[in-house]
Each structure stands twice: as C-alpha cells, then as structure tokens.
Design a protein around this ligand. Structure first.
Ligand code: ASP
Ligand code: MG
Length: 410
C-alpha cells in the first residue's frame, strides 16, 4: 500500500467548515493509502499570535515566542482528528515533540536534526490516520521550537523523507506552479513538472508556493513533492528530479518580486576593504541582501547599490548612514519603486542567448534595466516598479510560455 504525506496550509483549514472539507478529502485518500496529514494553524492564527506577543513585549523572548506559536497548530490537529472520527475513520493527532521532531535550539527558526516518527509508524500500523502538527519541534534541551514562518511545508517534507513516503502532497489555495502569475498573465500555464532547482529559484525569486527550505530538504532526500489545490481534484505540479526533457525547454517560468527596495551608497572611496565594511555592517544586523552592483570607479570613487527586503530598508539605511560617515562616502539613497523580474529554467545551462533575449525584450518595451544578476538557471533584472506587469507579460510572450504551446512543453 502506498504511503502519502499530505499537508494542508492555513487557508485550507481556516474555519471548521473548511476543516470538515479537508477531513472528507483525507478520508477519500485514505481508501487506497496509508496517510500522514500535516496541518498548519487555522487561517491567520500565527499572525494573530505574533501580534499578541508584540502587544505584550516589543521584542518577545524567543523561547516564549515558540511556546506561544506552537499552540496554533495544536488546535488544528485536534479538530481535524475529531472531524475524521465523525466520518468513521480511525485518526490520532500528534504534536511535533510527540513524533520525535528533533531540532537545534535556534528558537523561531530552528533546523531539523532528526525525526524518529515512532508514534506515526505505530499509528499507521494500527490502521490510523496520523495527524501531525506542522512547524514545531523539540530541542535537545526539551524546549519547544518552531521552524520559521511557513515551516509546516518543511515538517511535511521531512516526515515524508523519514517515512520513505511515496509522495508528499502540499495542498494549498493555488492549484500548482505556473509559468507566471496568472493574475498578471492570463495565458499563464500550470506546469506539470518542475525540477527542485527551478522550484528553489522560483521560491527565492518571489513565487510563494513552497517554503524554500522545504524544497532544499526535498532535493536532498529525493522526496517527490506534489503541489495541488485543496479545492479542486485535478493534478497540480510535481516538483521532482531533473530529467533530460526539462532541458529542452529554454525557460520554464517568469517570476517577479515587488517586496524589495534598492539602497545605494554614493561616492564611496574605491579602496580595498570598503565592501567588507559596508556589507559587514548590514550582515551583523541579520539583513539578507540580494543583488549587489558596484559601478566602475571614476576619479577614485564608486557607487555601490544592492537590493534587500523592503521591510529591512529602514534598518539598513540607518546602519549604512553610519558606515558612510566612517568611510567618507557622500551618503545613502534608497528607492522603493523597484521590482525584480526573473526568468528561470534548467534549459539555460545548455542554451546560449537566453539573457540576451531577455534584455532585448525589455528594451523593446522601453524598460530600463537598473541591475542584473544571474545564476546557472536564472536571470534577474531590477526595473522600475510600474513596468512589472508589462515586463512579465512581454517575457512570457518572448519565451513562448503561453497556453497554446502547452502541447510541446512540460
Ligand atoms: N503556521 C505557521 C505560519 O503561519 C507555519 C505554516 O503555516 O507553515 O508560518
Ligand atoms: Mg505556507
């Protein structure tokens, strides 16, 4: 009999009626398979808990924060188990600690060290559906930890790996991974398959379907991940190992990210050690920078620009103003009206001219490129925010990703 790990996100279990629907869906899957079901907290519960904490304390103690956040998922597992009982199924709920989800002690962003899954195995042997709380674990000090926002995806993938499940199904409010955001590109197409690497690029470039760490984990342990809709029964997108056919497609998808800001340090003296000071200051505050551009030097001075999450912009500007004074730079400027558009595809490894076609396409639309960065399987450009839709549509067209091509590609 096949073993399936299913995960239902917050929007799929937002109220009792939705939990009832999930129970029916689970019951249906349980007919032919052994089942482990991982759930998130109901709806926006976790956001609500974070809010409560900040009403009490400006920077809450991380241990207590985890104690608080872990309650969200515990509500859902109990309710879902009850709903399954109501449908005549044997089901048992478990917290992260109960299934032996061992993590390090990095509260609010713990990493998984090992999973015993002993209780899950026993439940399955007893013919029960195991319902497991996502997002939470236990440190070696027996402290409750959480895995970082969106961490239920990781719980599901990690359990699937530990149990050698046939597939990990991630149920969500979108029905798969698309060639572009369907809200922007009407003929965007649902992809049948994407490789782990493509999914990783897409996740980090702004397509918010799967938590990045869960994709890294799935890649490492070869867990096939099926992203699909809670509300529809048709198949979604399989995130899986790369196959030769995938490389025949030049570009797999176009993504965009509007959550970034650009920060520039102006007229920085061009000498060794300056970049180290600039980015050292930013890194010390735990701010993750993305694209970095240093201009060619003129008369001994240069500008350094980079992008970062907009939510970190104020903190970054504060640190950098300090650094700028120290190193004798002219000052710090920032711009929120930017967006990052990217093309992604493993086909880039074996085809040339992909970046050139991207730049030509943007130029034909009169869109100025402010920054460029590349990886082996992606090219990203920072452009002015107001051109995002235009850029995404033009690139989707230029790389022939539309629905009418569905028959010849993935
Ligand atoms: N409830 C947690 C969050 O909202 C974990 C998850 O849903 O994946 O981040
Ligand atoms: Mg999620």
């Amino acid at each position: 009999m096949t073993l399936i790990v299913q995960k239902y996100g917050g929007s799929s279990v937002a109220d009792t009626e939705k939990i009832g629907n999930v129970a029916r869906r689970v019951a249906e899957s349980a007919r032919g398979s052994r089942l482990v079901v991982v759930v998130s907290a109901m709806g926006k519960t976790t956001d609500g808990l974070v809010n409560l904490a900040h009403q009490i304390a400006p920077s809450p103690d991380p241990r207590e924060m985890d104690m608080l956040l872990a309650t969200g998922e515990q509500v859902t597992i109990a309710l879902l188990a009850m709903a399954l009982h109501g449908l005549g199924h044997k089901a048992r709920s478990f917290t992260g600690p109960q299934v032996g989800m061992r993590t390090d002690r990095a509260h609010t962003k713990a990493r998984i060290k090992a999973i015993t899954a002993e209780r899950v195995r026993r439940a399955l042997e007893a013919g029960e559906i195991a319902v497991v709380a996502g997002f939470q674990g236990l440190s070696d000090e027996d402290e409750i930890t959480t895995l970082g926002r969106g961490g239920s995806d990781l719980t599901a993938v990690a359990l699937a790996a530990a149990l050698a499940a046939d597939v990990c199904e991630i149920y969500t409010d979108v029905d798969g991974v698309y060639t572009a955001d369907p809200n922007i590109v009407p003929d965007a197409r649902k992809l049948g398959r994407v490789s782990y690497d493509e999914m990783l690029e897409m996740a980090s470039l702004g397509a918010k379907v799967l938590q990045s760490r869960s994709v890294e984990f799935a890649k490492k342990y070869g867990v096939p991940v099926h992203v699909r809709s809670t509300f529809k029964s048709d198949p979604g997108t399989l995130v899986t190992m790369e196959d030769p056919h995938m490389e025949s497609v030049l570009v797999t998808g176009v993504t965009h990210d509007r959550g970034q800001a650009k920060v520039s340090i102006l007229r920085v003296p061009d000498r060794p050690g300056i970049a180290a000071q600039v980015f050292g200051g930013v890194a010390e505050r735990g701010i993750v920078v993305d694209m970095i551009v240093q201009n060619i030097s003129r008369d001994g001075y240069t500008d350094i620009s980079f992008t970062l999450p907009r939510t970190d912009r104020d903190r970054a500007v504060a640190v950098l103003s300090e650094v700028a004074r120290r190193i004798g730079a002219e000052g710090v400027a920032h711009d929120d009206r930017i967006a990052k558009v990217s093309i992604v595809g493993v086909g880039m490894r074996s085809h040339s001219g992909v970046a050139a076609r991207m730049f030509q396409t943007l130029s034909r639309e009169g869109i100025n490129i402010q920054m460029i960065s590349t990886s082996e399987i992606a090219v990203s450009c920072v452009i002015e925010d107001k051109y995002t839709e235009l850029a995404v549509r033009a690139l989707h067209d230029a790389f022939e990703l539309g629905a009418e091509r569905a028959a010849t590609s993935r």
